[in-house]
Every structure is written in C-alpha cells, then in structure tokens.
Design a protein around this ligand. Structure first.
Ligand SMILES: [Zn+2]
Ligand SMILES: [Zn+2]
Length: 254
C-alpha cells in the first residue's frame, strides 16, 4: 500500500450541511510521506481531531479546494491556520480556483501570506504538492469555478467534484479508482440547483469509464433517503463493476 483516502465527510448540499445528516468534512489523502486535504467543508477540523486514525493537520502539505461553495470550503481558513501552526510557520500549498481567493473570496487575504504558495487552477493544468502530482483536466459546469482532480498514482484516482453532467467527463476521468460526487437521486427536482450529478449520470459515467472501483460520495438529502449502500449493491450487480457508497470515516487504501 502506498497511501489512503479517508472520507471524513460524505454529505453535501445545503440541507445535509445544516442538519449534518452526514458529515460534510471532506477528504484526507495520504500518499507515501505527503498529506493533502481536499474540500474542507463544515466540520473538517472537528472530524480531523476526533478521527480514530491519528491525523495531524500540522503535517498537511497542502489543501485542495475543488470550488468555493460552502460545503467544500467552510473550514479552509481554520485548516490553513492549523497547517501553519497558527500562522507562525510559513508552509503548505493551497490549490484552488481563482474565484476562491479574489472577488468574493472565501480565503482570508491575510492568510495567503502564511502559505508557501497558492497555485490557481486552470483547465488542463498539473500541480505538485511534495510527493503528490495531480491535474484538473476540465472545467466543470457549476455556478462557481469548479474542477475535478486526477491523481497520477498507481492506481490512478479520479475525483469528479460537483458538476452538471457533460459528455467530456467520460474521457477526462478515465481512472482506476473513480470517486464521484453524486448529489441527487433523480435528474431534476423542483426548481433547486440542477448543476449536480444524479444517480443516472453516475451510472452513465461508470459504464463509460469502467474503473476498477467506483465510489459514490457527497450525498444530498434525496440520495441519503434512498440509502446509498443499497443503491451501490444493486449497481454493482447491474453494471458488473465494484461500486461502493462512501460512509463517514471510511478509509480506502491503495
Ligand atoms: Zn457540493
Ligand atoms: Zn458546489
């Protein structure tokens, strides 16, 4: 094993955030001696500190924000403060879209100077945080600037963050382990935000990409009601690919 992905949160969207039906803390990613945090939503610092696996934010080498929505970024400032030991030790890399640090920014401007550097995301760009290399292959369709991530490990790992479905996702996220933010059980409900993947979009993606393992996460209310692990079991049989529904605290070694 070279590393692990720990899902400290598997919930997303406003009602799940405010009710905390699932944690919205995001993902800790370890690869050899490098640690990065992906999308520190509300509760990230609490989940890190109370995790049974000993996780120390002082040892983080970087933070990745796929976009600035609250359920992905709420704890980013507190995590920068923890990573830099209260701001006294200048260190760590932040990789995020431009609109997270300019305009209606979600990162405090005076916190930027605590970091070693900030790398702004762009379509097709690659980044390195110590021993971890990854790319943001394509800009997503979402109300704010959003990217998914492809990590160049063996096995390759893709994370499709919030987006409306579009065909190019299938070619850009051809990976061995595919993690997808599946917010909704049905394509369109009432008038609420529709720039999210539904369960049927997820099936389309998995059928096209055919990863070794597909993981659903970032569940909204409608999906949680339908019990994600039951859906995952059913889809595993139907598609013939191992599909799992992430749960809070779940660790995947790779
Ligand atoms: Zn989200
Ligand atoms: Zn979003």
């Amino acid at each position: 094993m070279s590393g692990f992905i720990k899902f400290l949160g598997t919930g997303g969207a406003r009602f799940v955030v405010s009710k905390q039906l699932r944690s919205t803390a995001g993902i800790w990613l370890n690869y050899k001696d490098t640690n990065v945090y992906i999308d520190p939503g509300p509760g990230a610092i609490v989940k890190i500190r109370t995790s049974k696996t000993r996780l120390e934010p002082e040892k983080l080498d970087g933070i990745i924000l796929t976009h600035k929505h609250l359920d992905h970024s709420n704890d980013v400032n507190v995590l920068i403060e923890a990573m830099t030991e209260g701001g006294f030790r200048k260190r760590g890399v932040l990789v995020c879209p431009k609109d997270a640090v300019s305009g209606e920014a979600v990162i405090f401007s005076n916190f930027i100077t605590k970091l070693d550097r900030v790398d702004l995301m762009e379509e097709g760009k690659s980044y390195t945080i110590k021993g971890i290399s990854f790319a943001t292959p394509v800009k997503h369709i979402h109300p704010v600037e959003t990217y998914g991530l492809v990590f160049h490990f063996e096995p390759t790992i893709g994370i499709i963050s919030d987006t409306k479905y579009f065909e190019a996702l299938c070619e850009h996220y051809k990976t061995d382990i595919l993690i997808v933010n599946v917010l909704r059980s049905r394509p369109i409900e009432k008038n609420d935000e529709i720039d999210h993947l539904s369960l049927s979009d997820f099936v389309t993606l998995v059928n096209s990409i055919r990863p070794r393992l597909a993981i659903m996460t970032h569940f909204g209310m409608s999906l949680i009601r339908e019990r994600p692990h039951i859906l995952a079991e059913r889809l595993t049989h139907e598609i013939g690919i191992e599909i799992i529904a992430a749960y809070d605290g779940m660790t995947v070694d790779f």
